[in-house]
Design a protein around this ligand. Structure first.
Ligand code: DQA
Length: 143
């Protein structure tokens, strides 16, 4: 059983990118935390990041049949109908994650195209949000 953790644009710069907003952990730290959480639940992890919207669509299509997807679509959250459509098309169980509390930030971050097609949403808890999302998907497992 597999969980996909997918990250959108600029998250490859985590650790150096606006650390006062996003913290000092790197994307490699996020991957390690996700690996530990998945191992604890006996789940396999597919971890990815892309700066390209269409590539994120492809990665979501490839997650079809998985237990679920932890998705931080970054800025595409607020703009992408294609990503929302991919989630629906592939029938994915998505937990939307944001490191920052998007509701405490600019108004343009308050709307998400992902939330209406997500199972749940976690924001503002930093990299801890990824672990919580994995725990939630693991407890939704059928056995
Ligand atoms: C983000 C929040 C988005 O508004 C922003 O565009 C990002 C990161 C977060 O994790 O807090 O790139 O998804």
């Amino acid at each position: 059983t597999t969980i996909h953790v997918l990250n959108g644009p600029n998250l490859n710069l985590l650790g150096t990118r606006e650390p006062e907003v996003y913290g000092r952990s790197t994307l490699a730290d996020v991957e390690t935390a996700c690996q530990v959480a998945c191992q604890r639940h006996g789940l396999s992890l597919v971890f990815g990041q892309t700066n390209h919207e269409g590539e994120l669509v492809t990665l979501l299509q490839q997650a079809r049949g998985s237990l679920g997807v932890v998705l931080n679509a970054a800025a595409y959250t607020h703009t992408s109908i294609a990503i929302a459509d991919a989630i629906k098309a592939a029938g994915l169980n998505v937990v939307e994650v944001h490191l920052s509390n998007v509701f405490a930030r600019e108004a343009f971050r308050h709307h998400s195209f992902i939330s209406p097609v997500a199972h749940g949403v976690i924001c503002g808890l930093g990299i801890e949000g990824y672990r919580l999302a994995i725990d939630a998907l693991a407890s939704s497992r059928a056995n």
